[in-house]
Design a protein around this ligand. Structure first.
Ligand code: 5AD
Ligand code: SF4
Length: 443
């Protein structure tokens, strides 16, 4: 059976699609890119905002036409939206054959072979897919899930409902997977979870896991996402500062710059605390880059609260960030707060914050001009064949004139120019060991 998977949503969802590919790795199934040739199309969906659901829903409606042309084709809806709207989808859209939630993928090969209509959106706390090795498409950084689900209670967020309670994956299992990835040629991994810093497997916490992973021979770079500010402990900062393979990069969603809104969001920290944590991390971790997420137009957000968002972005000087219009989600606490910020106001505030974030990113990127940094080559630049691009430890994209550098090479470059999105570098001559510093100039 030929299977095509279409994925929406976050890294965790993309990882789940790789996991599903791993599950379907047998003689019975072949994963294909060409949807026209597929016997089964699986849409792995996201539920975080209404917009994400609408996109997936319209894609599913379009697939009804493909099904008409290809009778017998199986159409499956997977992922977070299945958990959220699965009952209704299964009832109303009779052309949808399968509806599976994030904890129900294990039986997928059987279900596909049975060719029966099937729905399973149960939450299973004991399902971590620990024994399944995902099949990855070629890439630079392989995602490795270290936990599933989320125990936080952020009032706006549907994820604890769609993905259930947090479960940490056994350490040995994570290490085995990383070693296999190294054998496959990967040199960088990104440890992922809804809240990676709260990882705890039989008392072994995230800083300790990072230390263990850093000790794996041959692994060049380690990234992780997403971090919750409340769990960014001093020990974690120390491990990031000490372990050279851990990239100096934090995606640390702040969500709001107003204490009133943070409280209503149940984020369990204040703006002052967030600033304190980021300052501490910046002092200890050399060249640390911090990016964030901000929600605009949360219920009760006044113009003053919005200004506080802008102030916070300027104060922290983020290296970049994502802004989202608040989207009410049923099953969440904030759903009961109403949705009182008019759409037009949300859009205007979103634009303003995005603009300030862009200015900060430009400022931070320009600080790199004239400095040397290491990048890992990711591939040829799309716009010019004589250029390659790579990423700094801080996850900044660097474009470089060169047409003969293979993927995953780590090289030092001199940064010559910068926009808010990209750095432009030049290969420098380097020798190892480095030449001694020149003697200080005479006074
Ligand atoms: N509305 C808007 N944005 C949301 N996010 C999570 N839930 C919502 C919501 N209901 C954002 C948060 C989170 C990111 C992945 O999505 O900023 O960090
Ligand atoms: Fe990922 Fe959240 Fe979307 Fe689920 S709802 S796919 S966890 S972003």
């Amino acid at each position: 059976m030929k299977v095509h998977i279409k994925t929406y949503g976050c890294q965790m969802n993309k990882y789940d699609s790789e996991l599903i590919s791993g599950l379907l790795k047998s003689d019975d199934f072949e994963l294909i890119d060409d949807i026209e040739k597929a016997d089964a199309v699986l849409v792995n969906t996201c539920a975080v905002r209404e917009h994400a659901e609408n996109r997936a829903l319209s894609n599913i409606s379009q697939l009804q036409n493909l099904k008409k042309r290809k009778p017998g084709m199986i159409l499956g809806v997977l992922g977070c939206m299945s958990k959220h709207l699965g009952d209704k989808i299964f009832e109303d859209k009779t052309y949808v054959d399968l509806v599976l939630g994030p904890d129900s993928y294990r039986k997928l090969p059987e279900i596909l072979n049975s060719k029966k209509r099937y729905k399973d959106i149960e939450s299973r706390y004991d399902e971590s897919y620990t024994d399944i090795f995902p099949t990855r498409k070629e890439g630079i950084s392989a995602w490795v899930a270290i936990s599933r689900g989320c125990d936080e209670e952020c009032s706006y967020c549907i994820v604890p409902f769609t993905r259930g309670k947090e479960r940490s994956r056994p350490v040995n299992n994570i290490i085995d997977e990383i070693k296999r990835l190294l054998d496959e040629g990967f040199k960088e991994v990104t440890l992922i979870g809804q809240n990676v810093n709260s990882y705890n497997y039989n008392g072994l916490d995230f800083p300790e896991l990072l230390e263990k992973v850093s000790g794996i021979e041959g692994l060049k770079r380690i990234r992780f996402a997403t971090s919750h500010p409340m769990n960014l402990s001093d020990r974690l900062i120390d491990v990031m500062a000490e372990e050279k393979t851990v990239c100096p990069y934090l995606h640390l969603p702040v969500q709001s710059g107003s204490n009133k809104i943070l409280k209503a969001m149940k984020r369990s920290y204040t703006v002052e605390k967030y600033i304190e944590i980021t300052e501490k991390a910046k002092i200890k971790i050399k060249d640390l880059a911090i990016t964030t997420d901000i929600i605009s137009g949360f219920p009760g957000e006044s113009e003053d609260d919005h200004k506080l968002n802008v102030d916070l972005v300027k104060r922290v000087e983020f290296d970049g960030g994502f802004t989202f219009k608040y989207s009410p989600r049923d099953k969440t606490e904030a759903y009961t707060f109403g949705d009182d910020v008019p759409e037009k106001v949300k859009i205007r505030r979103l634009k303003e914050i995005s603009e300030v974030l862009r200015e900060c990113a430009l400022k931070k990127n320009r600080e790199w001009i004239g400095k040397v940094t290491e990048i890992m080559i990711e591939g040829k630049s799309k716009r010019d064949n004589s250029e390659v691009f790579g990423r700094t430890g801080g996850f900044k994209k660097v474009i470089l004139k060169h047409n003969n550098l293979s993927v995953s090479t780590i090289i030092p470059v001199l940064i010559k120019n910068a926009t808010s999105q990209t750095l432009f570098g030049e290969l420098i001559e380097y020798s190892y060991p480095p030449k001694a510093d020149p003697p200080p100039a005479e006074e």
